[in-house]
Design a protein around this ligand. Structure first.
Ligand code: BTN
Length: 306
C-alpha cells in the first residue's frame, strides 16, 4: 500500500484529493489518511490540506517498500547494534538468499580485526546474506565478487574512480570510502550462508573520527542518493551471482585494485610484514616480496600502502 500510494503522489506535482486516492487504491479515505500520517511520521514530506495531498520531495528512503520487487527481502532499522548480528540470526532461521539488513545508524558497528566501525546517520550500513552453492573453502571468492559489484556501482552512480585495496577496502585517492566484513557459516563442507557487511561513507562525515576516511559527499561536494546507489549494487551483485564466474573472480577484482605493485605493510594480529605486493593468487592471498627477496603468502591482515 505504501509503495502504491507513494507512486501516485510522486507522479504529480499537484495536489491529489483523498477521494481520488481512495478510488485509485481501492480503500477508504480514512485509510488513505492513516497511511499518509504513517508516511509523514517516517519522514516523508507530504503536505496535507483542503485540496488533498502534495508530495514535496525526498527520495532517499531505505524502507523496504522503496525497493520494488525486493521489498520482502529488506529488513530496515532506524538504529541497530550491528546489522551483522541480525543477518546471522536471519540466516540461521532460514532467510532466503539476498536478504538485506540495513540500518540508518549502528550503535555497535564492527569492522575487521575487532575494530569499531563508526556508523553515524547518512552512511550506508548493511549486511547482505548470500547462499552460494560453494564449498566452504571457496567461500572467499564471493567477497571478491562483491567488492567488484560495489566498486562498479560506485563508479556507475558517481563517476568516481573508486579502487580496491586488498583485501576488500574501497579507496579513493588513498582515503577509505568503504569497508567490508564477511562472515560465513557452513554446513558440512559447503557454505550455508555468507553475511557480507558493508559500510559505505555516503553523506556522513567520517573524517573527524577517521582522518584516513572520506565520504562521497565530501568527494563530490553534494549529497548522493543512498537508495539508488544501493539498488545499483544489488542489481550488480544479483547479476554476478545469478551466473557466478568463480574462475575469474580474483582476476576481475584485479582490474580495480591499486595494491599490486605497491610497497605495503601488512599488519596481522601477530605480525607486521613489509614488502612489495607482487600479486593476489587464486586463493585470495597476497604475494609479498620481502626485503630479502623471498616471497611470502599473506592470507589476512590490514594492508597499508606506503
Ligand atoms: C572494515 O573495513 O573493517 C569493515 C567494516 C564493515 C562495516 C559494516 S557496516 C555494516 C555491517 N555491520 C557491521 O557491524 N559491520 C559491517
Amino acid at each position: 500500500m505504501k509503495a502504491r500510494l507513494l507512486q501516485y503522489l510522486r507522479a504529480t506535482d499537484t495536489y491529489l484529493s483523498g477521494e481520488e486516492l481512495s478510488v485509485e487504491l481501492g480503500v477508504s479515505r480514512v485509510t488513505v489518511w492513516k497511511h499518509i500520517q504513517a508516511l509523514q511520521e517516517l519522514g516523508y514530506d507530504i503536505q496535507a490540506g483542503p485540496k488533498g495531498y502534495l508530495y514535496r520531495g525526498g527520495n532517499d528512503f531505505l524502507y523496504p517498500w522503496e525497493f520494488g520487487e525486493r521489498e520482502s527481502l529488506i529488513h530496515h532499522f532506524p538504529s541497530i547494534g550491528s546489522t551483522m548480528e541480525k543477518a546471522r540470526e536471519l540466516g540461521r532461521t532460514g532467510a532466503p538468499d539476498q536478504t538485506l539488513v540495513i540500518s540508518e545508524k549502528q550503535t555497535k558497528g564492527r569492522g575487521r580485526m575487532d575494530r569499531v566501525w563508526a556508523s553515524a546517520k547518512g552512511g550506508l550500513y548493511f549486511t547482505l546474506l548470500l547462499r552460494p552453492l560453494l564449498p566452504a573453502v571457496s567461500g572467499f571468492l564471493v567477497n571478491f565478487i562483491t567488492s567488484v559489484a560495489l566498486t562498479r556501482a560506485i563508479r556507475e552512480e558517481t563517476g568516481i574512480e573508486a579502487q580496491v585495496k586488498w583485501p576488500n577496502d574501497i579507496l579513493v585517492d588513498e582515503k577509505k570510502l568503504s569497508g567490508m566484513l564477511s562472515e560465513m557459516e557452513t554446513r558440512g563442507e559447503m557454505v550455508s550462508f555468507i553475511c557480507i557487511g558493508i559500510g559505505l561513507n555516503v553523506n556522513n562525515d567520517p573524517q573527524h573520527r577517521e582522518p584516513g576516511a572520506v565520504s562521497l559527499k565530501k568527494l563530490l561536494g553534494h549529497e548522493v542518493n543512498r537508495r539508488q546507489l544501493l539498488l545499483r549494487f544489488l542489481d550488480n551483485i544479483s547479476e554476478s551471482m545469478a551466473n557466478p564466474d568463480y574462475d575469474n573472480a580474483v582476476a576481475n577484482w584485479k582490474q580495480y585494485t591499486m595494491t599490486i605493485g605497491r610497497q605495503v605493510r601488512i599488519v596481522t594480529t601477530q605480525n607486521t610484514h613489509y614488502g612489495k605486493a607482487l600479486d593476489v593468487d587464486e586463493t585470495g592471498a597476497l604475494l609479498l616480496e620481502q626485503p630479502d627477496h623471498t616471497v611470502k603468502k599473506v592470507y589476512y591482515g590490514d594492508c597499508f600502502h606506503n
